[in-house]
Design a protein around this ligand. Structure first.
Ligand code: GRF
Length: 202
C-alpha cells in the first residue's frame, strides 16, 4: 500500500513508521510522500533523510482553506497514495479530503479518546487530574478526534509530571502502536463496522 504521511511537527511518529517499514519485509506498505502545512516542520527533514519526496502547502499562501486543501490533495495525489497517515498534522481535514481515501485516513491522538479531544489533549488531561492517559489510533471521520478506534494504549500520569514528561511517555508508546496499526491497514486486516474496528487474519 502506498502511504502519504502528513506532519506539522518534529516527525518522531513518521520516523518510527519508516523504521518499522524498513525492519519488516511483511509490512505491506511504503511511504511515497510526506506532506506538511509548515515549511519548517522537523518531519520534512526526517522524510528527506529517508529519501522520501516532500510537499508543503501553507494555509497563508492560499486565499482560503478550500484552496489550501485542494492544493495539498493535488500534491499528494501526484504520488497516488492509497491511504493517508496523519502524524502530528495540526490541521483538520475536510469531508472532501476524506472522500479521496474513504476509511483510509488514520490519526494518532495523545489521549484515551473520547476523553480530551482537541489540540491540547495532554494539558487538558493534566489539568483534569487523571492518573491514566495515553494514545488513540483511529480512522478519521468528519468530526475531530472522533472516528472508529483501531487501538489505544494507556500511560500513567505521575505526581510531578510536566506536560512534556507526559508527551514523551505517550510518544514512546505511539511509536510502536501507530506503526502496528498502519501495518494492519496495509495488510488489509482492518474491518470498520460503524464505530467498531475488527482485526481479521490476513
Ligand atoms: C503525537 O504525539 C500525536 O499524538 C499528536 O502529535 C504528536 C506528533 O508528534 N497528534 P511527532 O511530530 O510525531 O513527534
Amino acid at each position: 500500500m502506498r502511504l502519504a504521511v502528513l506532519v506539522s511537527g518534529s516527525g518522531t511518529n513518521l520516523a518510527a513508521l519508516l523504521a518499522a517499514i524498513d525492519a519488516d519485509p511483511t509490512f505491506g506498505g511504503e511511504v511515497v510522500v510526506v506532506g506538511s502545512d509548515r515549511a519548517d516542520a522537523g518531519g520534512l527533514g526526517v522524510a528527506r533523510d529517508a529519501g522520501v519526496p516532500t510537499v508543503v502547502q501553507q494555509l497563508g499562501d492560499h486565499p482560503d482553506r478550500g484552496a489550501w486543501e485542494a492544493a495539498l490533495v493535488a500534491d499528494l495525489q501526484a504520488h497516488a497514495p492509497d491511504a493517508v497517515v496523519l502524524a502530528g498534522f495540526m490541521k483538520i481535514v475536510s469531508p472532501a479530503f476524506l472522500a479521496q481515501w474513504p476509511q483510509r485516513v488514520l490519526n494518532t491522538h495523545p489521549s484515551l479518546l473520547p476523553a480530551f479531544p482537541g489540540g491540547h489533549a495532554v494539558q487538558d488531561a493534566l489539568a483534569y487530574g487523571v492518573r491514566l492517559t495515553g494514545c488513540t489510533v483511529h480512522v478519521v471521520d468528519e468530526q475531530v478526534d472522533h472516528g472508529p478506534i483501531i487501538a489505544q494504549q494507556a500511560v500513567e500520569v505521575r505526581d510531578d509530571d510536566t506536560a512534556d514528561d507526559v508527551v514523551q511517555r505517550i510518544k514512546a508508546v505511539e511509536h510502536a502502536l501507530y506503526p502496528w496499526a498502519v501495518r494492519a491497514l496495509c495488510r488489509d486486516e482492518l474491518r470498520v463496522d460503524g464505530r467498531h474496528v475488527r482485526r481479521v487474519a490476513p
